[in-house]
Design a protein around this ligand. Structure first.
Ligand code: SF4
Length: 212
C-alpha cells in the first residue's frame, strides 16, 4: 500500500495514524512543478521530522518550462483538465502499478462530489490492473480533523493560516471560506477535482469526467 498526499491537514492526520502501523509506507507526492513554495518547504520539513518515505512523482515533461515548450504557456489557465491529467492523473496511475492499493485523506464533507465517498473501493488502472482505494477519513468532519491536529500537536500547512481552505497548485488555488473547502480551487472554472479520485472507480455519478 501507499498513501498519496499534498500535505494538507487530512493527509497529515492520516500520516500520523499510519506511522503507528506502518512507518515505512511510501508517501506519494505529486510534484507538479506548480506548487506553492510554502508547500514544498512544508513537505521537506515534515519529511525530515517524521522520517517519511516520500516518493516524488512528476508528469511526462518534468517541469513547467518543458510543459510550456510542448503545449504553450499557462496550460493550466487554458485547459486545466489536460494540465491535471499530465501532472497528476497520469503519473499517479503509473506509480500505482507498483502497489496493491493506496490511501487518500478525502472526506465526504469536502464537496458535493465527495459526498458518496466510500471507505473502500476498487479502482481500475488503465493497464487493466485493479487496486484498492481506501478513504479512512471519509466520515470525518473538518472539526474532527482540527481536533485531531490540536490534540496531537501536528504541524499544519502555513497557508491555512492565510485563509486557504484547500491547497493545491499555486496558479489554481486562492483563499476560500473554511466552510466551502473546494471553493478556492480552479477559480473561474466549474472544475473542483483534479481527476485522481475519479478514474476507474466505476461510480460515474460521484465524479464525472466533466466535473474534474
Ligand atoms: S492544479 Fe492547476 S497547475 Fe496543477 S496540475 Fe492541475 S491545472 Fe496544472
Amino acid at each position: 500500500m501507499a498513501i498519496a498526499t499534498s500535505f494538507g491537514s487530512s493527509g497529515l492526520v492520516l500520516l500520523h495514524l499510519l506511522r503507528t502501523i506502518e512507518p515505512n509506507i511510501p508517501v506519494l507526492f505529486l510534484d507538479t512543478g506548480f506548487h506553492f513554495p510554502e508547500t514544498l518547504a512544508f513537505k521537506e520539513r515534515m519529511q525530515g521530522a517524521w522520517d517519511l518515505k516520500v516518493v516524488e512523482l512528476r508528469g511526462e515533461h518534468g517541469s513547467p518550462e518543458r510543459q510550456a515548450e510542448a503545449y504553450g504557456p499557462h496550460l493550466h489557465s487554458r485547459d486545466p483538465d489536460k494540465c491535471c491529467r499530465i501532472n497528476k492523473v497520469a503519473p499517479l496511475q503509473e506509480a500505482l502499478e507498483e502497489f496493491d492499493g493506496w490511501i487518500s485523506g478525502i472526506r465526504r464533507e469536502q464537496s458535493p462530489l465527495r459526498v458518496r465517498t466510500p471507505i473502500l473501493e476498487a479502482q481500475l488502472l488503465p493497464s487493466g490492473n485493479e487496486i484498492l482505494k481506501v478513504h479512512p477519513l471519509a466520515t470525518w468532519t473538518r472539526a474532527d480533523v482540527d481536533d485531531y491536529v490540536a490534540t496531537h500537536d501536528i504541524p499544519t500547512h502555513p497557508l491555512l493560516e492565510q485563509g486557504f481552505a484547500s491547497i493545491g497548485c499555486a496558479p489554481c488555488t486562492i483563499a476560500a471560506p473554511i466552510d466551502d473547502e473546494r471553493a478556492g480551487r480552479w477559480p473561474g472554472f466549474s472544475k473542483t477535482e483534479c481527476g485522481i479520485h475519479s478514474f476507474g472507480t466505476g461510480d460515474a455519478g460521484r465524479e464525472t469526467e466533466a466535473d474534474q
